[in-house]
Design a protein. Structure first.
Length: 321
């Protein structure tokens, strides 16, 4: 890598939400390493608003992610990228698409990523979580690793005092995350209602924050179903605000749970055998986790026993609302 500091740096992170959250610490370290550079993040339309709030980048470059067989779109993208005159690229996506971007569009530009022949080639093994891989790649590129393994997306969290006030949540509360991808029902633990009852008996206030299509699921659990005053589900920034204020979070392997992990909240995550838990980067937060091949076989008493030390610790801290 050249010793002269680049003035225009591109960070590639196209998707998805969990992976972008895991990349937050790496982007923080890149910002610290290039304090005077203009840093642009290349992402896709669903994540524009999120990246516009990220304090570690200056500009957003949207990749419409057209099919690579659309040569007209690829030529347009190449022209746009070359017009920006980036002097250094950090590829935090590292998939076949972005490898092609190096080979076809920016082959002469210093590139840190997984593309064969690039300046710093660091290919990600299938069993390595994103944050661990980013830490290795950045170290190979001479970037000091301070935050990569300790993401903190607190900048995502909006003020939610109005929501908590309407719900009457005036003391420590726990957030349960019973939902998840409709395409992967095996990732949903079916016994949150029973867990919520135990927690209420132990003196805990229970809240849920439903995603689209999950309002009735959350109402069936009991406790406070947190929505906007017009009944809409919360957007990602208001969701982060609720999670940040929670004393404890218990959830499935799904986006809100992983946001809570990278908000450095304490909690417990319940995983099926869909992916290894550590692949999600959960080990770099304050969460514990349970892995069960079939979540229907994970008993409430087992979750309660694992949760008990976290409940006691969170109660003793008396999170301030």
């Amino acid at each position: 890598m050249a010793s002269e500091q680049p003035r225009r740096v591109l960070v590639v992170k196209l998707s998805a939400l969990g992976d972008i959250v895991q990349a937050e610490g790496a982007m923080h370290d890149i910002r610290l390493h290039h304090p005077d550079a203009e840093i642009t993040v290349m992402t896709t339309p669903p994540y524009r608003r999120l990246m516009e709030r990220c304090p570690w980048v200056d500009c957003i470059f949207i990749d419409p992610r057209a099919g690579r067989w659309r040569l007209d779109c690829m030529l347009t993208l190449r022209r746009r990228l070359r017009r920006e005159a980036f002097e250094l690229v950090y590829d935090l996506q590292q998939v076949g698409r972005t490898d092609c971007y190096y080979r076809w569009f920016l082959r002469g530009t210093p590139w840190v990523g997984g593309a064969r022949g690039c300046s710093v080639c660091c290919r990600r093994p299938a069993d390595r979580c994103a944050a661990d891989h980013f830490a290795l790649c950045l170290a190979m590129a001479g970037v000091p690793v301070q935050h990569t393994l300790r993401c903190d997306v607190s900048w995502m969290a909006e003020d939610v005092g109005d929501i908590l006030g309407r719900a009457g949540l005036t003391g420590p509360f726990a957030v349960l995350v019973p939902g998840g991808s409709a395409e992967h029902p095996e990732k949903r633990w079916p016994y949150y209602r029973q867990l919520a009852e135990r927690m209420r008996q132990a003196g805990w206030q229970i809240a849920t924050v439903p995603g689209p299509g999950e309002v009735e699921l959350c109402r069936g659990i009991g406790g406070h179903v947190l929505l906007e005053d017009d009944g809409r589900v919360l957007d990602i920034f208001r969701l982060a605000g609720i999670l940040r204020r929670a004393a404890l979070v218990v959830g499935n392997d799904t986006g809100p749970t992983h946001i809570a992990v990278h908000l450095q909240r304490p909690g417990l995550a319940l995983f099926s055998n869909h992916i290894p838990p550590t692949f999600s980067g959960i080990q770099h937060g304050r969460f514990d986790w349970i892995e069960q091949a079939d979540l229907r076989d994970l008993a409430v008493v087992t979750v309660w026993q694992r949760l008990a030390p976290l409940l006691a610790l969170s109660s003793s801290r008396q999170t301030k609302i």
